[in-house]
Design a protein around this ligand. Structure first.
Ligand SMILES: NC(=O)c1ccc[n+]([C@@H]2O[C@H](COP(=O)([O-])OP(=O)(O)OC[C@H]3O[C@@H](n4cnc5c(N)ncnc54)[C@H](O)[C@@H]3O)[C@@H](O)[C@H]2O)c1
Length: 360
């Protein structure tokens, strides 16, 4: 079993928890999970039922102390209920908050628990609690922009002997010092900033790929994202918006072998959109005789499930790599599943590298 701990019981965590339950039942009934929307039934020969959730942490008052399967449906989470869940043996425990300069949007959307926070006592409590769970993998799904908290979680995970997945844009798996720490302890670190299975970034990169392969010289493109939920409200904060825009634009530009003017970022927060997101794309390129080709299209998707399926692949990929005695950063996993990576994460090449290694 792959002992897994979740940090941040938000919408992505909800999709992950619901997805594990949903696909485990299909596997138990000898059904084919890929017929029910799972991208990869097996990753390195691991099934979904090989994943065992053993702990969850958050800092929100209304989530801590609740049983995990209730906590994922607390009012601040917007992802709907897809699955009837049995009672979980996991209670959400208080996490750490090492950032004292949280932006106003995030501060106003989270009702903090007094039990979480940051002082040496809480750190040692958290450390002991996590160690007792003896996880193989810790997944960092906390709100973006809390860089110190994400770094502290990575540090403690390495210390207690767990590999680490960083879904946030904080530089962890792209930080040489963290890579060395995990490698020296024969652990794995992958990230940063999850790339949704079929979200704006993958779609934008895919469109560019298609145009390029059909001989269109792309000149310019932009992508404007609108969504709801705490995380979108958080990312319209100016500092975070700039960081997210840089990460997204970089990965999209890296798709082509020449320079292209691209802008991609979160444009606005629309409360009633809940966990859904709309991405508006505009692309322009030159075709034969310099004639213009232009796209003006949009994509609608749901953030949580867009993260859930991908995370299930990454969890199983890490375990398989660990079985193969691979440690430190794993390029094939980071480039497949994340936007901010050390080496080029060209969509098609990254997928080929991932499937060659993990889809046996
Ligand atoms: N498709 C996707 O959902 C997607 C794609 C790319 C990146 N990500 C990243 O994944 C992360 C989670 O996204 P989400 O949509 O689930 O966000 P969310 O806002 O729904 O959930 C975040 C949760 O983390 C908790 N939290 C905040 N600080 C914490 C701390 N210090 N310790 C423990 N818990 C803490 C919040 O209370 C909340 O419950 C974000 O960093 C986001 O950028 C998600």
């Amino acid at each position: 079993m792959i002992r897994t701990v979740i940090l941040g019981v938000g919408n992505s965590a909800s999709a992950l928890v619901q997805g594990i339950e949903y696909y485990k039942k299909i596997e138990n009934n000898k059904g084919k999970t890929d017929e029910y929307g799972l991208w990869h039934p097996l990753v390195g020969n691991y099934k979904i039922s090989d994943i065992d959730l053993v702990g969850a942490y958050d800092i929100e008052k209304n989530k801590i102390g609740l049983e995990l399967n209730k906590s994922i449906f607390s009012s601040s989470n917007k992802l709907e209920k897809f699955v009837d869940l049995d009672v979980s043996s996991i209670n959400v425990e208080p996490g750490l908050l090492s950032d004292d300069n949280m932006n106003e949007n995030l501060q106003s959307s989270i009702e903090f628990s007094n039990e979480s926070g940051f002082d040496p006592f809480m750190e040692s409590e958290f450390h002991n609690s996590l160690k007792k769970k003896n996880p193989d993998i810790v997944i960092n799904l906390i709100s973006s922009g809390l860089h110190k908290s994400s770094e502290k979680y990575a540090e403690i995970s390495a210390d207690i002997g767990s590999s680490f997945i960083n879904a946030t844009p904080t530089s962890i798996a792209t930080n040489e010092s963290f890579i060395k720490t995990f490698k020296d302890k024969k652990l794995i670190v992958v990230g940063d900033d999850l790339m949704s299975q079929f979200g704006g970034t993958a779609f934008h990169k895919g469109l560019m790929n298609l145009m390029h392969e059909r001989g269109i010289r792309i000149n310019k493109s932009y992508q404007l994202d609108v969504g709801g939920g705490i995380e979108t409200n958080n990312t319209v904060d100016e500092d975070l918006r700039i960081l997210k825009r840089k990460v997204k634009s970089n990965t999209i530009e890296s798709e082509l072998p020449y320079d292209v003017q691209t802008v991609s970022g979160t444009t606005d927060y629309v409360d009633f959109m809940g966990n859904s997101r709309t991405n508006y794309f505009w692309l322009e390129g030159d075709s034969f005789l310099g004639s213009k080709v232009r796209f003006d299209i949009y994509l609608r998707s749901t953030d949580g499930p867009n993260a859930g399926g991908l995370l299930l692949d990454i969890i199983r990929g890490i375990q398989y790599s660990h079985d193969m005695n691979e440690y430190g950063g794993i390029e094939e996993l980071s480039n497949f599943g994340f936007k901010s990576t050390i080496t080029n994460n060209n969509l098609r090449q990254s997928y080929q590298n991932f499937s060659k290694k993990y889809i046996l």
